[in-house]
Design a protein around this ligand. Structure first.
Ligand code: ATP
Ligand code: MG
Length: 440
């Protein structure tokens, strides 16, 4: 993409209405614009990141055997009356009336809708277990929308729902999602620690929040640094390996991690001093087993293998897709701007010409851009007639992992500069080796 033809409004000044660094950077670098309190338009740069995050979530859900579908954002109030949540939900629910005066709502989540779909279409134990998911916009009329996309009112969530015949099956579905989450966040290049969450309406030990460390996080967290060393993509851990999944859950449960809500001083005291990590964290995911709560209330039953009727056990599993854009920036930035992990970067390479009026520089840059693009390397080419320093400044702000800088002096002897945004390391290379390195 050529900057001259893109829509990348970069702000020079730090916006005064943003309190935290990710929100400031998202406004300055032109990722989003607020259109109403807690509601954002995703500009091209932000949209590319959102799509990258969404795609990683999708691939890891698919790999874990979950099946993608799409449910609508608007739901009938009737559906929520059957679970008793229409009245219970409170003012966070945006309630709407259509032209026929029917009560509707903008969905804050989808347990009721999918349970009803299952109730109407699933009749036999042979159709279970199943985990279905969608990636869809949600609306929660938060009292205090703040921190940009981190606590918006309209936000993008991946929500999955599992249906099993018995508790053992439901636990396995839960462990499967637990592993999928750990892999998802690891692929995004962030450290998200699974923390025991306060147990929900039916109690039990099956609820975890996934927390990314950041000073601006809303919860206080305590965890064992052993979590930082674990590779969740271990080849020996397979979704079809039941014993392996139980082992994973044991490992997660026996390594200390808790938010202020579940913190236990006695257990914390047993973590060796040098491994204790405390700080603040952002919740980027939350998984939850709620047994037969919704299936009972909504009359979901299937016939069991012995002909008796069985009430399925369920779980739900959310990832804050749009919140992650902010959370990743909170965890990965420096004084000059965003530092994208490669996996979610909007483009991999930023190509910058230092002098737009130098013909050989332009020719070399045009060719390198064409070659990189042809090789499938996502490249943002700043071809504007602007001062080199200004262009470098906005490249740093935008935070692409690699910068290739072309100037008249280098080009005269056939070289360019390759800069690693994270480390700041610069290297002088021939045009060909720069291409070879980035296309590898
Ligand atoms: P929180 O405690 O942050 O309000 P929650 O517990 O209400 O979140 P869940 O119902 O567990 O949220 O939703 C799943 C995920 O959706 C959360 O882990 C979070 O990443 C994301 N999420 C929830 N509320 C918002 C919001 N207002 N803006 C952006 N993302 C959100
Ligand atoms: Mg939650």
């Amino acid at each position: 993409m050529r900057v001259s033809r893109c829509f990348l409004p970069v702000l020079k000044e730090s916006p005064s209405d943003a309190q935290i660094v990710s929100h400031k950077l998202m406004l300055r670098a032109g990722l989003v614009r607020q259109t109403a309190a807690g509601i954002y338009a995703w500009l091209p740069l932000g949209f590319r990141v959102l799509k990258k995050i969404e795609q990683i979530v999708r691939e890891e859900q698919d790999r874990a055997g979950a099946i993608e579908m799409l449910m609508p954002t608007l739901q009938p109030a009737e559906l929520w009356r059957t679970s008793g949540r229409y009245d219970a939900y409170g003012p966070e629910m945006l309630r709407i009336r259509d032209r026929h005066d029917r009560e509707m709502l903008y969905g804050p989540t989808n347990e009721e809708m999918l349970t009803a779909i299952f109730r109407d279409d699933v009749k036999s134990y042979r159709d279970l277990p199943r985990t279905l998911y969608h990636i869809q916009w949600k609306f929660r009329d938060e009292v205090r929308p703040r921190f940009g996309v981190m606590r918006g009112r309209e936000f993008l969530m991946k929500d999955a729902y599992s249906f099993d015949l018995d508790e053992g099956g439901a636990r396995l579905s839960y462990y499967t999602q637990l592993l999928a989450y750990l892999r998802t966040f690891q692929r995004m290049g962030i450290q998200a620690v699974p923390m025991k969450a306060a147990s929900g309406p039916i109690g039990g030990d099956l609820s975890h929040e996934f927390i990314v460390l950041a000073p601006t996080g809303e919860s206080e967290v305590f965890y064992d640094s052993a979590f930082e060393q674990i590779d969740w993509n271990r080849a020996d851990l397979d979704y079809s390996d039941e014993a392996g999944l139980h082992g994973l859950f044991e490992q997660v449960s026996s390594t200390y991690a808790a938010t202020d809500e579940t913190h236990d001083q006695a257990l914390w005291a047993k973590v060796p001093d040098e491994r204790r990590r405390t700080g603040r964290g952002i919740e980027v995911g939350h998984i939850f087993n709620f047994g037969q709560l919704y299936s009972e209330k909504m009359g979901l039953k299937v016939s069991g293998s012995d002909g008796s009727m069985v009430t399925p056990h369920m779980g739900s599993y959310g990832v804050g897709v749009s919140r992650l854009v902010g959370a990743i920036i909170e965890a990965s930035h420096d004084d000059n701007g965003i530092v994208w992990p490669e996996a979610v970067a909007p483009w991999r390479v930023g190509l910058v010409t230092m002098r737009a009026d130098d013909e050989p520089t332009l020719v070399a840059a045009d060719r390198l851009y064409a070659d990189l693009t042809a090789a499938g390397v996502e490249t943002l080419y700043d071809d504007r007639d602007e001062r080199g320093g200004v262009k470098l400044g906005s490249m740093d702000l935008i935070g692409l992992p690699w910068q290739v800088i072309l100037g008249p002096r280098g080009i005269a002897c056939g070289t360019v500069e390759l800069k690693n945004r994270r480390t700041g390391e610069r290297e002088e290379l021939s045009l060909d080796s720069a291409f070879a390195r980035l296309a590898a």
